[in-house]
Design a protein around this ligand. Structure first.
Ligand code: ZN
Ligand code: ZN
Ligand code: FE
Ligand code: FE
Length: 268
């Protein structure tokens, strides 16, 4: 069964389209599951162009659950959320996650210190950092995220390459460290096709990571990270091909925060 588990909505302030439009796009593209995973309110910055506000969260949940009923016959609608990991907000994030019946929680590192390193508005700050150190810091931060036990999925595990500013060191030892922790935590990681739409022009994570993930037996899922209805299910043929050639036979998905494995769907 094909499904897209990483869908945003207009609520986050930097995406376009109603939930209904995403659901219709999903059906059109032959995805029989759709998982909304809009950004959980970002707490370290009060910026309506980054996420919904805390006041909007109950409405988000209600709308997804309403859609689930409405599409019962044609589409299985999952209630997910993409939560930022940042050490300063962890308690409040845990509270918000606990307050709603999420099917899964995607954990994402978008911020290091006070830097939104994946925000094009803050790209100049790359001039001031050592890329090797940045990548190491990023991967260690993801390890810390995994060890909180709060999340189900590690989103876009090498997002730090988004603008194609690359480290020169061998990253494979860091991939292995992270992958082992993901496995130990009973989580999975995500192949995210959005990287194909940015400067880096490749999926997150890169093939080496996926190969190591398969070798170590770490479950994998996928998502488009759609911020507009046209991007639902985008480039899933490529994601499935990468999983297959890396040695994966199964795809992870969630309901009620329990990881389930299905055989890999057809890449067509
Ligand atoms: Zn977003
Ligand atoms: Zn993200
Ligand atoms: Fe996302
Ligand atoms: Fe994201």
């Amino acid at each position: 069964m094909k499904g897209d588990y990483h869908i945003h909505t207009h609520l986050c302030g930097h995406a376009r389209g109603s939930m209904k439009e995403y659901a219709e796009a999903s059906i059109e593209r032959g995805c029989s599951r759709i998982g909304f995973a809009d950004h959980l309110p970002m707490l370290f910055r009060d910026d309506p162009s980054l996420s919904m506000s805390e006041d909007e969260l109950p409405g988000y949940v209600d709308e997804v659950l309403g859609l689930r009923e409405r599409y019962e016959k044609d589409l299985s609608v999952l209630l997910g959320i993409e939560a930022d990991y940042h050490p300063s907000t962890i308690e409040k994030v845990a509270e918000m996650i606990d307050a709603y019946p999420f099917d899964y929680v995607i954990g994402s590192v978008h911020v290091l210190g006070d830097w939104l390193f994946d925000d094009p508005r803050e790209i100049e700050r790359y001039d001031d950092v050592d890329l090797n150190e940045l990548y190491i810091d990023y991967f260690r931060t993801q390890e810390s995220m995994v060890q909180t036990g709060l999340f189900d999925v590690v989103s876009h595990p090498d997002l730090v390459k988004k603008f194609n500013l690359r480290a020169s060191i061998d990253l494979k030892p860091h991939y292995k460290d992270l992958l082992r922790k993901i496995k130990k935590a009973g989580m999975c990681y995500e192949i995210n096709t959005a990287g194909l739409r940015w400067q880096v022009s490749e999926m997150y994570p890169e093939p080496d990571f996926v190969r190591l993930g398969a070798e170590l037996g770490v479950p994998v899922t996928y998502g488009s990270d759609a911020h507009c209805p046209e991007d639902v299910g985008r480039d899933f043929d490529k994601a499935l091909e990468l999983m297959k050639t890396s040695g994966y036979l199964e795809l992870a998905h969630f309901s009620q925060r329990i990881l389930r494995l299905d055989p890999l769907p057809d890449s067509k």
